[in-house]
Design a protein around this ligand. Structure first.
Ligand SMILES: [Zn+2]
Ligand SMILES: [Zn+2]
Length: 204
């Protein structure tokens, strides 16, 4: 069993401030892993499809998902679906099984109806400047509530996920001298260059 509490300190360090959304990501990610019976993704064994969009509240959620599942931006096994929702579909590539877990609207709503949001976040105060007395109880609640008070955990379903193999081919840009992945190289006359160098050359 994955215990989301074991990832809290590391999650906080990665994320940078206390808020209820990163812990919610820990809870959702751990619940999906426990439903599937899988361990943290050391490599690309798991794929996380996160439904958040951009420029909205609680995208912090995704850092909790990254921390607990090991599906990370760096490994490329987390993808943003851009629905402006907080569902997570976690895919276990080995078994071809997946599960969707989503925080209950009631739990998200309860978080929003708090001083943390009403008096600070919605007025533009960065989360790191909210006094601990207003954020700690929220974190406590998210970390300690039973699954059924917080989450809707879906049924396991089949889901195949194919990825092209990672390429190791690269070259050095003729203009900037920086390492560039071969597939991203561009031709500029007789030079092989990176995308920004080509852009600069043709626009300027
Ligand atoms: Zn946050
Ligand atoms: Zn270049």
């Amino acid at each position: 069993m994955i215990d989301p509490k074991e990832s809290y300190e590391a999650g906080l360090k990665l994320h940078g401030h206390k808020c209820p959304a990163m812990p919610m990501g820990l809870r959702v990610g751990a619940a999906a892993m426990n439903r599937l019976g899988v361990d943290r993704s050391a490599d690309g064994q798991l794929v996380a499809l996160v439904e958040i969009g951009e420029h909205h509240c609680a995208t912090c959620f995704a850092d909790g998902i990254q921390m607990v599942t090991g599906c990370t931006f760096g490994k490329g096994n987390i993808h943003r679906l851009g629905y402006g929702k907080w569902g997570l579909t976690l895919i276990d590539r080995g078994s071809g099984r997946a599960v969707r877990v989503v925080p209950l609207a009631s739990a998200m709503q309860a978080n929003k109806e708090t001083t943390f949001f009403k008096e600070y976040r919605e007025k533009g105060v960065p989360a790191s400047r909210v006094p601990a007395e207003h954020v700690d109880p929220l974190v406590e609640r998210v970390m300690n509530a039973p699954d059924e008070a917080l989450l809707s955990i879906g049924e396991i379903h089949e889901r195949e996920w194919k990825e092209p193999a990672h390429t190791f081919a690269s070259f050095v840009c003729d203009l900037c001298g920086e390492m560039t992945v071969e597939a991203y190289g561009r031709l500029l006359g007789d030079k092989r260059v990176c995308m920004p160098c080509r852009e600069k050359a043709v626009s300027g």
